[in-house]
Design a protein. Structure first.
Length: 557
């Protein structure tokens, strides 16, 4: 620095001594929470004047917004990183990375870029407003980027003939254009908060869809001649056999995409038009969701908390695929995890790594199934066991006996509601007296989309809906649709629950082999809140909409 900012501004004639004294006084009164330049900008300075002074102070050249490039010279830098740190890579020249910055005091960001990409950086000063506008425009124009990449890749593709096809595909999967295209698909999915990417070949196109907040959205339509190359690239990343296209395969991609460390589970199945791929995105850096954030209110939390602190017995979580059962199990284990308890899990696959817990991933190919793994787990002196899913009588029987012999056991079942889990176990072949004596509770759940907080608005319900859902004040909330939620009106999801606690009366009914309907009636009389009731409670709290509750509880309705 050649001088203090205040002195430079006075020498340039942009402020007076009195202006500087006033700004310093404000800075002192505020406990030096704000920079001098920001205060002067607020009371007397133009943005251009502050820029010129900073340029002199830090000896950094000024760049206009029009000089910012429309392409990034380095790969794998996220728009989120650029927004948060007010930086934008300009070009690589003579082994130097030129970078536009809006805050010359953030030299630590340049160090991060140097360490990440191996180039020495050269800063250029640019207006904050111009830099942010440019980043937003480029971020919003990702469709144009995708079109350009697709165009470049399509020109590269030449259809091979005969036995050369496999070698050609292996080479094409490592071409720069294909690598860039697949990385872009994954990066865009991460940015859109997608949980799954579906890559589906059709007769005349390759369709790419993202599952966001539980619903599928069509994102890209690629020419059909690109199908084999894109699918081969994904299979290569996932460690699959490119030559095998007749049988389903499973694989895994681990790496950094955007600014996140991801674990992507890849599954392929052969279809009429080629291999269809689904990529399940698991964010390794995601923090555990607590029971409260999952959607437990104080009343439900108190009841459930008492159950999961029991010394032995079985707690089941039910619901269809993608209803958040695993997340609830992890949140439950996280709540009861302590140094004086040994917890062992057997899962397919292990989705999140938890400190202090022994986690096993099933491997059917070498004989490690839920049932065989569970047999060995009980010999490891555990206090608490979590079985990813009860699929068959063998797993159910071992689970029941583990719960009978002094272990607290958690697992999941695929049933529509909580009472249905009881009859499902009996239908599998488990004796009803064993179910009656071991089952502590069953909790069914669904995920509903949350109203986007950025465009949330109140509206008046129609007479029929208000009456049907017992909302006498006739007021509810909805999302208008904005950029934050991509026009859907929703952002994020929360669970709705139905907790059936197995009391003495329910135990007697299990012994009598009562029907699902009879179990439900008695459970409701005993205080069970149904999925629909819990959903309407969240509607009244302004968390979700009636449409969402109807969508996920149609069977019940």
């Amino acid at each position: 620095m050649s001088n203090r900012l205040g002195e430079i501004l006075i020498n340039l004639g942009f402020i007076t001594d009195k202006d500087l004294e006033r700004a310093l006084k404000i800075q002192k009164e505020e406990g030096y929470q704000r920079r001098l330049g920001d205060i002067l900008r607020e009371i007397v300075l133009e943005e251009d004047q502050l820029m010129r002074a900073l340029s002199v102070q830090f000896d950094i050249p000024i760049l206009s917004g029009e000089e910012l490039p429309h392409e990034l010279p380095i790969e794998r830098i996220s728009y989120e990183f650029m927004r948060e740190n007010l930086v934008f890579p300009l070009r690589i020249e003579n082994g130097l990375l030129h970078v536009a910055i809006a805050d010359p005091l953030r030299m630590d960001v340049l160090e991060v870029l140097e360490n990440t990409y191996g180039y020495e950086t050269v800063p250029h000063l640019v207006r904050r407003s111009e830099l942010m506008d440019h980043i937003e425009k480029l971020s919003a124009s990702r469709e144009e980027v995708m079109k350009r990449v697709i165009g470049d890749v399509e020109d590269e593709i030449v259809q091979p003939e005969g036995s050369a096809e496999l070698d050609h595909l292996r080479g094409l999967a490592q071409e720069k254009g294909i690598i860039q295209l697949v990385n872009l698909i994954i990066d865009n999915a991460v940015r859109d908060r997608a949980s799954d990417i579906h890559v589906e070949p059709e007769e005349k196109r390759l369709r790419v869809r993202y599952r966001i907040d539980g619903l599928l959205y069509e994102k890209e339509l690629l020419p059909s001649r690109m199908s084999a190359a894109v699918i081969s690239r994904i299979k290569l990343l996932a460690g699959m056999n490119i030559a095998e296209r007749r049988l389903p395969q499973d694989g895994r991609i681990e790496g950094r995409f955007g600014d996140r460390e991801l674990d992507i589970r890849v599954s392929t199945i052969p279809t009429v038009h080629g291999e269809s791929i689904v990529m399940r995105i698991l964010d390794r850096e995601a923090s555990f969701i607590t029971l409260e954030k999952l959607g437990f209110d104080s009343e439900l939390l108190e009841e459930y908390n008492g159950l999961i602190h029991q010394p032995y017995g079985m707690v089941l979580i039910t619901g269809p695929t993608g209803s958040g059962k695993s997340t609830t199990l992890y949140a439950s284990l996280d709540r009861i995890n302590s140094a004086d308890r040994k917890i062992i899990t057997i899962e397919e696959p292990v989705e999140y790594l938890m400190a202090g817990i022994n986690q096993i991933s099933v491997r059917p190919r070498i004989g490690l199934t839920f049932a065989s793994g569970l047999r060995h787990i009980v010999r490891q002196d555990p206090d608490i066991i979590m079985v990813g899913e009860i699929r068959d009588l063998e797993t159910a029987s071992i689970s029941i006996h583990a719960a009978l012999t002094g272990h607290l056991l958690f697992s999941t079942l695929h049933t529509n509601d909580a009472p249905g889990a009881v009859t499902r176990l009996i239908d599998m072949g488990v004796e009803n007296y064993l179910v009656s004596s071991t089952l502590l509770a069953v909790m069914a759940q669904r995920l509903v989309r949350k109203i986007c907080p950025a465009c949330k608005e109140e509206y008046i319900l129609g007479e029929d809906l208000a009456s049907e859902f017992s909302i006498p004040e006739k007021k509810a909330w909805r999302g208008r649709g904005c950029e934050e939620c991509s026009g859907t009106g929703y952002r994020g999801r929360i669970a709705i629950f139905e907790l059936l606690v197995v009391n003495d009366r329910i135990r007697e009914m299990i012994m009598e082999k009562a029907t699902v309907r009879e179990l439900r009636e008695v459970a409701v009389e005993s205080g069970m809140r149904s999925l629909r009731d819990d959903g309407i409670r969240k509607v009244k709290m302004g968390i979700t909409t009636i449409d969402e509750v109807i969508r996920v509880t149609q069977v019940e309705l």
